[in-house]
Design a protein around this ligand. Structure first.
Ligand code: PEP
Length: 247
């Protein structure tokens, strides 16, 4: 299974800043080995600029969310066909910031996963426990429930096109990354919760950096990373990718 590294830029970088990032980043990732896949998820407004620059490279283009309907009266929303037209191949769904700040429910995530798969986008389903859930000892129950809810009604071939990202919420953007052994254990629990997830790529997310990526990449249940803050600097992100390949 290839290692997958996804950069989630959140609400960072204009189109001009995206161009400046890629001027530095792309020359450093020209010789990616086949065993690694890199996805960049800029804000919607920077996607056309990113698409132009990424054309012909091995770096794929992701979006950070989308609506489950294909069109309609949903002010401010973006649909799968709109993303596909721009060359987007992946979409992050259910990020904890979408869940906490924009009321995205497990049901909405499930609807989006179905639409993404039907439309030919690869869903990257983010899930993870809060600090209170971890302290209460309910981490495993929480992530398995989120995974089941997101994948309800998804089976067979479609299930093989899904990527899961385990992101403990307390580790996102805090500099307090989850211990790699513990992350691997939780990810193994998610994998074991449904037999068809045996070959599903599961990524770790939460304060991943160029210096700690190696400790995750060598774990059996970790198939890569979903990277926020450390994906914003072109040299640092290229170094993180190189270290993920090396481990
Ligand atoms: C994220 O946004 O998915 C994330 C993991 O952020 P960070 O790497 O900054 O913790």
């Amino acid at each position: 299974m290839p290692r997958i590294v996804v950069g989630n830029w959140k609400m960072h970088k204009t189109a001009a800043q995206t161009a400046a990032f890629l001027d530095v980043f792309l020359p450093q990732v020209t010789a990616l080995p086949p065993a690694i896949e890199v996805v960049l998820a800029p804000p919607f407004t920077a996607i056309p600029e990113a698409a132009r620059r990424l054309h012909g490279t091995r770096v794929r283009l992701g979006a950070q969310t989308m609506h489950w309907e294909l069109e309609g009266a949903f002010t401010g929303e973006i649909s799968a066909p709109m993303l596909l037209e721009l060359g987007v191949t992946h979409v992050i769904l259910g990020h904890s910031e979408r869940r906490a700040l924009f009321n995205e429910t497990d049901h909405a995530v499930n609807l989006k996963v179905h639409t993404a798969l039907e439309q030919g986008l690869t869903p990257i389903i983010a899930l993870g426990e809060t600090l209170a859930e971890r302290k209460a000892g309910t981490t495993d129950d929480r992530v398995v429930a989120q995974s089941h809810a997101a994948l309800k009604g998804v089976s067979g071939d479609a299930l093989r096109r899904v990527i899961i990202a385990y992101e403990p919420i307390w580790a996102i953007g805090t500099g307090e990354n989850c211990d790699p052994g513990e992350a691997d254990r939780v990810m193994g629990t998610i994998r074991a919760s449904r037999t068809e997830l045996a070959d599903t790529p599961i990524l770790y997310g939460g304060s991943m950096t160029p210096s700690n990526v190696g400790a995750y990449a060598e774990r059996p249940n970790v198939n890569g990373g979903l990277v926020g803050g450390a994906s914003l600097d072109p040299e640092g992100f290229a170094r993180l990718i190189a270290n993920a390949v090396r481990s």
